[in-house]
Design a protein around this ligand. Sequence first.
Ligand SMILES: [Zn+2]
Length: 292
Amino acid sequence: VTRVIAVDIGGTKIAAAIVAAPATIQARLTRATPRAGGSAVLETIAQMVDQLGPAAAIGVGSPGVISDGLVGSATDILPNWAGCQVRAGLERLTGLPVAVENDVHAMARGELTRGAARGLRDVLFVSVGTGVGGALAVGGRIVKGPRGAAGRFAHLLVPGDGPIPCGCGRRDHLEAHVSGPAIAASYAAGADQPSVVKLPDIVVRMGHGDAVARGVIEAAADLLGRALGGLLAATDGEAIVLGGGVAQVGAPFLDPVTRSVDVPVLAAGLGTDAPLIGAAALALDMGHDRDH
Ligand SMILES: [Zn+2]
């Protein structure tokens, strides 16, 4: 059985697992993400690979726009991450072949190969949490785009200004309306509560009959559904897979999205393992799918 090592780089922790083909996680490790820059992150990963090995290859899901194994641009989730040569650096440190892709692309790859979208080919993947992440599968392949930046649905233009800025600074983007912090800001304004109430508490309040809580969650889900309806019209997708912390609200969030589109809206199936399963699939596919 072929074994590969899958790595999911996050802002606070790095998860790594040894995965037997096609998708059995046999052992896993997590470490705190070093804050000392790209080479410290790569050295930590190399140590984890050493502990987990032996393996035939390494697949990595990483924050940022990834092209040709290089972090082209990244938010400040990791210090000095943009410009990091992830593939070349890890190949040098480990001696193994390495494939790298954006973490949302890896999450979508995991859901497409082993999760909620298994057996489907043309799917929109949306992760709604602290921010909004997206990915698009066409004909069974994750679309990367020439710069590795395809699927950034956060920046879809929507009517009106959201309560907080999108990660890019604009308020008329989807993320400014529907992210967890945006829903919390809408609640704080609507309930006239200066204190910061986070999304899980808003969900609890909704369950206790708080009409403002229900209103802001449903409004965000409705807007997300209408924006995704436009994307479906453009792409002829056959399903939507919705993941991330906000999607865990369940029916009150999923139902308004479902009402706005004419395809199934599926809850992500692999949870936080999706990027690891996707990174393993990337490593196993490396021969014919290297770093698309
Ligand atoms: Zn934006």
